[in-house]
Design a protein around this ligand. Structure first.
Ligand code: C2E
Ligand code: CA
Ligand code: CA
Ligand code: CA
Length: 277
């Protein structure tokens, strides 16, 4: 029975061929995506409920390939596997700094968050490149936030630690993305070189009526605060969730309730309309 069970997975199915061809085609396409200008960035606002304003934008990579938008959940892991993540990551960093520089320069308390993968943080020239780019755009290092998932800390080489240290010494902040979904305990938070915690939307989605008791959520926020960290909640979709998180003293909120991720072009137009009004 064991042999038959194993064999089941070895039998070839025509769908596997189609999937394989599609993936190979996509990987070949991804190699040319940057030079072809197919990579763009969408920006999603992060709002401070205390100030009632957008204080930060998160940059999210977009890939338009053969008239189709491939989701980052597909092409980012593909880029990480095939060694293309640094090229794509640099493109995202460059595009988002250039597009948001005017908005950032207007107010030093505004910031830009960019997702970076562990592979990028291993590169010896990463920190220098980021700091040089920010300076060239007239953006302060303290206005930059790098979002990483806790997996980058599982087995951090000394290269990664060095890159993160020089960035943080220059004022760049590090956000721990998707907090709560990983394996490490709340207690491990104090050992990680991070400044901001982003509570994953699976926890935010537990708030439905606003009457529930959610000790996990309040513990995460209180623990982060007691360590001197700032807390952002992701995936806020309802006003009930926003009110609940604000009552728990969450520092900033992000989600479809406020805005979908939008192209820099559309943000600019909305900004001009707001100024004209
Ligand atoms: P993430 O960093 O956790 O980004 C948040 C994701 O949640 C985004 O998906 C965003 O569009 C989505 N989202 C925002 N608000 C809501 C909401 O209210 N409800 C729901 N259901 N979803 C919401 P997106 O843009 O598809 O990105 C998926 C993931 O791809 C990101 O998750 C991030 O891990 C990765 N990614 C995106 N851009 C980059 C990049 O430039 N570099 C790297 N390394 N990873 C990236
Ligand atoms: Ca993120
Ligand atoms: Ca996240
Ligand atoms: Ca995520």
């Amino acid at each position: 029975a064991k042999a038959a069970g194993k064999n089941r997975f070895l039998r070839f199915h025509p769908d596997m061929m189609t999937a394989l061809v599609q993936r190979t085609e996509m990987e070949a396409g991804l190699q040319l995506a940057v030079t072809r200008g197919e990579i763009s960035v969408a920006f999603q606002p992060i709002v401070s409920p205390r100030i009632g304003q957008t204080v930060q934008f998160e940059a999210l990579a977009r890939w338009d390939h053969n008239g189709e938008r491939i989701p980052p959940s597909v092409f980012i892991p593909m880029a990480e596997r095939s060694g293309l993540i640094s090229e794509i990551g640099n493109e995202v960093m460059g595009l988002s700094l250039v597009q948001l520089a005017p908005w950032l320069r207007e107010d030093p308390s505004r910031s830009l968050a960019v997702n970076v993968s562990g592979v990028q943080l291993q590169e010896p020239a990463f920190a220098d490149g980021v700091l040089r780019l920010a300076a060239a755009c007239g953006v302060g290092a303290y206005q930059l936030v790098l979002e990483v998932t806790e997996s980058v800390f599982f087995d951090p080489g000394c290269g990664l630690i060095r890159q993160l240290s020089s960035l943080r010494e220059a004022g760049v902040r590090v956000a721990l993305d998707d907090f709560g979904t990983g394996y490490s305990s709340l207690g491990r938070l104090q050992d990680l070189p991070v400044d901001i915690v982003k509570i994953d939307r699976t926890f935010v989605s537990m708030v439905r009526t606003g009457q529930e008791r959610l000790p996990i959520l309040s513990s995460m926020i209180n623990m982060a605060h007691s360590l001197g960290l700032t807390v952002t909640a992701e995936g806020v979709e309802t006003a009930v969730q926003a009110d609940y998180l604000t009552a728990l003293d969450c520092d900033s909120l992000q989600g479809y309730l406020f805005s979908l991720p939008e192209s820099g072009h559309r943000l600019e137009r909305a900004g001009r309309q707001a100024e004209d009004a």
